[in-house]
Ligand binder design. Structure first.
Ligand SMILES: [Zn+2]
Length: 248
């Protein structure tokens, strides 16, 4: 960690668009069937951590949009549901050049726009059951807290908005420990016990990521700030920027 070596291809350290386009998406056929797209839109293959921690999930954006527009059933969608007008040809060329599907092209552009200047880190627990990706700076600002549990777990972490974090696998292999206010959710792998991310009490709408659980190659620098969690209320009050760290 710290001065971690870059991956041989250098892909992992590249910024938003490059990182997104090098994520293995190129193996997927450019044109997906309506059923494939429906399956992907339904969240096939990726698990949302929000499902675990929030009582009520917001409806998926796709179904929201479809409902709002009175769109026909998904099975009847044309090959590309986007109304692109004059950009249609350009869009198709873009997909072809990038060798990505329609959905992946949209993801690439959205990632580029929303995660400017950020890097996609990947990480997980020790046994590999829990894996995630997180968009954050390549210089991570880590809190070293002295509260009762952070000391015992050596729970150094940096905070990101929930929208920057995606659980790739292992939702059903997580156990959650809570205590006192039960606001912080200490999620750890049931198999190996490692807490690679959790929900901090200071930022229940975001995630605390353990920098030591990230894969090598994307973190260039770690700065550490001590937090006096023994006097939690006082410490958070005295730290006006901490709450903003999980703003979307
Ligand atoms: Zn594990």
């Amino acid at each position: 960690m710290g001065k971690a070596k870059r991956s041989p291809a250098g892909n992992a350290t590249r910024k938003g668009p490059a990182a997104a386009s090098s994520s293995g998406a190129r193996r997927i056929p450019a044109i997906l069937s309506a059923r494939d797209r429906a399956s992907k839109a339904a969240g096939g293959g990726e698990e949302s951590p929000q499902k675990l921690f929030k009582a009520a999930d917001p409806p998926a954006p796709a179904s929201q949009a479809a409902a709002a527009a009175g769109a026909p059933a998904r099975e009847e969608d044309p090959p590309c549901a986007l109304e692109l007008g004059a950009q249609q040809e350009r869009w198709l060329q873009f997909q072809k050049r990038q060798r990505v599907s329609c959905e992946e092209a949209a993801k690439l552009l959205l990632d580029t726009f929303e995660y400017q200047g950020l890097v996609k880190h990947t990480g997980g627990c020790h046994c590999g059951a829990v894996r995630f990706e997180v968009w954050a700076s390549d210089v991570v600002h880590v809190f070293d807290c002295n509260c009762s549990i952070c000391v015992k777990k050596q729970n150094r972490h940096f905070i990101v908005p929930a929208s920057h974090f995606k659980l790739l696998k292992g939702a059903d292999n997580l156990a959650t420990y809570t205590f006192n206010t039960h606001c912080a959710k200490h999620t750890f792998c049931k198999t190996c016990g490692v807490q690679s991310f959790y929900t901090p009490r200071s930022n229940p709408d975001g995630y605390g990521i353990a920098p030591h659980c990230l894969d090598e190659g994307t973190v260039n620098k770690v700065t550490v700030e001590a937090i006096n969690g023994k006097e939690w209320e006082k410490a958070v009050k005295a730290h006006p920027t901490i709450r903003a760290m999980s703003n979307p």
